[in-house]
Design a protein around this ligand. Structure first.
Ligand code: 13P
Length: 233
């Protein structure tokens, strides 16, 4: 059983989400399916599809215009929240410390954070991939956290149609699994994300320590997302 999560980023409409939920509820699968649409589309019944947000405030309430708290997300019925996505790090300067604060807020509200780590192209070219991944895992996961998901998203491969080699994915996921074991969190699922599609999903999920995928572009339409869900059991 794998976890197949869709990150809609700033795309879609409530109608599109309704269409997706209806289509997914007809799919025979034992996999856990999660969709993370924009905030305004949360608050609906996903049926067998769990819903998640794409970001969360580190604060619980108050004068933080434009922010949405973990309590509010949980009250919408969502179960998950993505934190530390590459695009939050790139466009909103989120650091590992900020990501950990957000993950802490999510856990306190009963949400499962999907904590993203991964290297940029410059970091990859500088030979820093493993160091960035390990420090991401150690610095972003709150102490005493239990229910979290880690997503390895090589930042240079997101939306680029590029995928790391099987060996690169394997090395990254083995390092994350070893680090999580060292932290006493060896049952934490580890997802792979970046340019996952129907044609590469089963191969990627056959790699050791890949417990599922976090899908961007190919999660927006049922015709693209369903083949990913049904590519594994
Ligand atoms: P793509 O699947 O479009 O590369 O996006 C991956 C991603 O960022 C998922 O969070």
């Amino acid at each position: 059983m794998k976890i197949i999560a869709g990150n809609w980023k700033m795309n879609g409409t409530s109608d599109a989400l309704h269409t997706m939920i209806t289509a997914l509820n007809d799919v025979e699968t034992s996999n856990t399916v999660i969709i993370c649409p924009p905030f305004t589309m949360l608050g609906v019944d996903g049926g067998r599809v769990a819903l998640g947000a794409q970001d969360v405030s580190a604060h619980d309430h108050g004068a933080f215009t434009g922010e949405v708290s973990a309590t509010m997300i949980a009250a919408s019925g969502a179960k998950y929240v993505i934190v530390g996505h590459s695009e939050r790090r790139q466009y909103h300067n989120e650091t590992n410390d900020i990501v950990r604060a957000k993950a802490t807020a999510a856990i306190a509200a009963g949400l499962t954070p999907i904590i993203c780590v991964g290297e940029t192209m410059d970091e990859k070219n500088d030979g820093k991939t493993m160091a960035i991944i390990e420090s991401g895992v150690r610095e972003c996961i709150p102490t005493d956290a239990r229910h979290v998901i880690v997503a390895y998203e090589p930042r240079w491969a997101i939306g680029a149609g590029l995928t790391p080699t099987r060996e690169e994915i394997s090395a990254a996921h083995t390092l994350i699994a070893d680090t999580l074991r060292d932290m006493g969190m060896d049952t934490t699922p580890i997802l792979y994300g970046a340019s996952v599609k129907g044609s590469n999903a089963s191969e990627i999920m056959s790699i050791d320590h890949v417990d599922g995928v976090l899908v961007g572009g190919a999660s927006l339409k049922p015709d693209d997302f369903i083949p990913i869900i049904t590519s594994v059991n």
